[in-house]
Design a binder for this molecule. Sequence first.
Ligand code: 4AD
Ligand code: MG
Length: 453
Amino acid sequence: MRTLIKHILAATEPKEAVTVKGWVRTRRDSKGFSFLELNDGSCLANVQVVVDSGTPGSEHLAHLTTGASAVIDGKLVASPAQGQKWELRATRLELVGTADATYPLQKKGHTQEFLRTIAHLRPRSNLYGAMFRVRSRLAFAVHQFFQERDFVYVHTPIITASDCEGAGEMFRVTTLKGNIDEKPQADFFGKPTYLTVSGQLEGETFACALSNIYTFGPTFRAENSNTARHAAEFWMIEPEMAFCDLQGDMDLGEEFLKALARYALEHCAEDLALFAKFVDKGLQERLKFVVERPFVRVPYSEAVEILKQSGKQFEFPVEYGLNLQSEHERFLTEEHFKSPATVFNYPREIKPFYMRLNDDGKTVTAMDVLVPGIGEVIGGAQREERLEQLHENMKLHKLKPEDYWWYADLRRYGTVPHAGFGLGFERLLMFLTGVPNIRDVIPFARTPGSADF
Ligand code: 4AD
Ligand code: MG
């Protein structure tokens, strides 16, 4: 494997012979020599290459324009220029691929909207290079967090016949042509199937055998809400713990978010500094705050009272029994508590069938973790482990128990209290980088009306 620019620039002493391979960011020509900035995506920094006229291969210099690819041999020497320790004195140039003047990613800053239209090239920009390095590291941090705590990673299915959230926002998967509702039993799986909205129900079956598990995979929702926080395809992390109640669930959610923020601060410092400079000035302070301070915990009923008494004009109504909208969630975290907050015990009518009914007969053991700038990043619950009550919940939500026979079986054979949650990976990345649109934290966004690339 070749040595990446990241490692070349981390050198502690000059080197006689190194080779760099990457894409040209800029070229400046002077009398008798040229400067090239080369980047290979391994880090934010470019390596500056000094090419004297007469260097073997320098006849190709004119073609080493922004976007072209090159292999350059040279000597790594201390750079007299400010802001960089090393530069490369080229001894040989090789032009690998040209990029003509139509190359759309020029040195000037482009808007994020424009960059979305060239999503195949935007990872070559500083901001998106940083974003997708952070995304990769955080995916690793997720696995590390759970593996260190003996959670078992479970691959739950992408194609499913059940609607976990009961919101009817599923994409149909079919091989039928024509009227697909006419004879669903003739379909590939012998019944209507969909892309999963959550691996939770299958995850619960594994938690009720292996104790602590987690999933981490793509989920799909046909929500027709064209917002900056919703994607039709997004990645979710769903831990599930047997012998665990709502308290333990809230504890894990808080510990998990803190660990991920700490990981980002420690392992993605250079890239976070870029986001702090260009996107969100207070980024590191906010993340440190999240790491250090306990989250506020507040019952839903109390949160509603706070909103009602805030004197604030909201677009959506605030009333006990209605869902909290993102504007309400943001008010609570940004203006009222000035801290992440976990809201729990929601009215049963506005939450899915699988949540455990509280003794008050009105609320269920739901919990949402809200963070400043985003609103909800985590949604979870203690699950209804009592068979009779589960059937009762299904009735209320107009679900057919026979469709969920295997899920109900868990309550029939050695049922245990258990709980879990889902963390939206893109919402987490928005929170960690300050980037305000979900389309910019996912390599190729899938949103209503848009499935390019
Ligand atoms: O609150 P949600 O709908 O919860 C569930 O799916 C549960 N089954 C999770 C569980 O208990 N195992 O979704 C969980 C999280 C949300 O808090 C949000 O961060 C994210 O998934 N999310 C989305 N992210 C991007 N685009 C969307 N359309 C999203 N819908 C939910
Ligand atoms: Mg939710």
